[in-house]
Ligand binder design. Structure first.
Ligand code: T3D
Length: 266
């Protein structure tokens, strides 16, 4: 029996999604993208899952789209052109939106290389952690493609216009330290401790005020398109929602009683 292309487990209140084709550095074929979509849906719909961790099996996070599944006959043939955009619409975009729109915090733990759409998946997370061996590669330009799966949206927002242009147009990899310096990742750990650090963070986030975290994500998602007036109004509306949660009362009560809060995620 074939191994699953994605391993999905739930523990300590969080879901771990492991891209699992290590022999090809977790290249994204149709099966993997299908299983990833199902895993993201499962995490979204399970009330017991209050945080999500995405990582890769073996020595890489993901090498991007599986280039071996592109039918050789389609390459360079005007008669049967390959429509890579159709693959994006069918498989990649729903996954990226699914991750980005999760009402729960998402961590990516980037072990080794994250290339092409694999890098886009890593960047879709809320908090990006990297191992010392991590590298980030906008591989698209090397094969004549356009950065996709959200890379042209995430990169300028994370690292600024100049770095986004250089990374995408030059297709040069950057290592974990450069990614940290650019603000592409939150923290860098020794490879040996990356996963346990990411799991500890996922467990910690799973014990926070989940509705409040979701509302924070909503506020940040709306921010780039809002004026200050609009954002202030949105913050007020979201705060009304947050202040109606039982977790808010628990947070205040715990502060007054000088004890750790016991958030239920509601
Ligand atoms: O239609 C659509 O799906 C459109 C969507 C497109 C979105 C994209 O993501 S386009 C970008 C696709 N990705 C790439 O172009 C990256 C290709 N890979 C590489 O450049 C290198 O493999 C890496 C820089 C990522 C890693 O290099 P290295 O030296 O550490 O490893 P390697 O030896 O190149 O790879 C190890 C194995 O994985 C090797 O197989 P082998 O020789 O041991 O049998 C290699 O062929 C395989 N592999 C690596 N990347 C891919 C792959 N197999 C299929 N697809 C890959 N992307």
């Amino acid at each position: 029996m074939n191994s699953p292309a994605v391993i999905y487990t739930v523990q300590d209140g969080y879901a771990q999604i492991t891209l699992n084709r290590p022999e090809v550095l977790n290249a994204l074929n149709e099966a993997l993208m299908h299983e990833l979509a199902l895993a993201v849906q499962a995490a979204a719909s399970d009330a017991n899952v209050r945080a999500v961790l995405i990582t890769g099996a073996g020595r890489a996070f993901s090498s991007g789209a599986d280039l071996t599944t592109i039918p050789a006959g389609a390459l360079g043939s005007a008669a049967t052109p390959l429509d890579a955009g159709a693959a994006l619409l069918a498989r990649y975009n729903p996954v990226i939106l699914g991750i980005r729109n999760l009402k729960k915090p998402v961590i990516s733990a980037v072990n080794g290389v994250a290339a092409g759409a694999g890098m886009s998946i890593a960047l879709a997370a809320d908090v990006i952690l990297a191992g010392q061996s991590a590298s980030f590669l906008q591989a698209f330009v090397r094969i004549g493609l356009v950065p996709d799966a959200g890379s042209t949206w995430f990169l300028p927002r994370l690292v600024g216009e100049q770095r986004a242009r250089a990374l995408t147009l030059l297709g040069e990899p950057i290592d974990a330290q450069a990614a940290l310096q650019y603000g592409l990742v939150w923290k860098v750990y020794d490879d040996a401790e990356l996963l346990s650090r990411a799991q500890s963070l996922a467990k910690c986030l799973a014990n926070q005020a989940t509705t409040g975290l979701a509302l924070i994500k909503d506020a940040l998602a709306a921010s780039p398109n809002n004026t200050l007036e609009q954002q202030l109004a949105l913050e007020a509306r979201l705060q009304t929602e947050a202040s109606k949660t039982s977790d808010f009362y628990e947070g205040v009560k715990a502060f007054i009683e000088k004890r750790p809060a016991q958030f239920k995620g509601q």
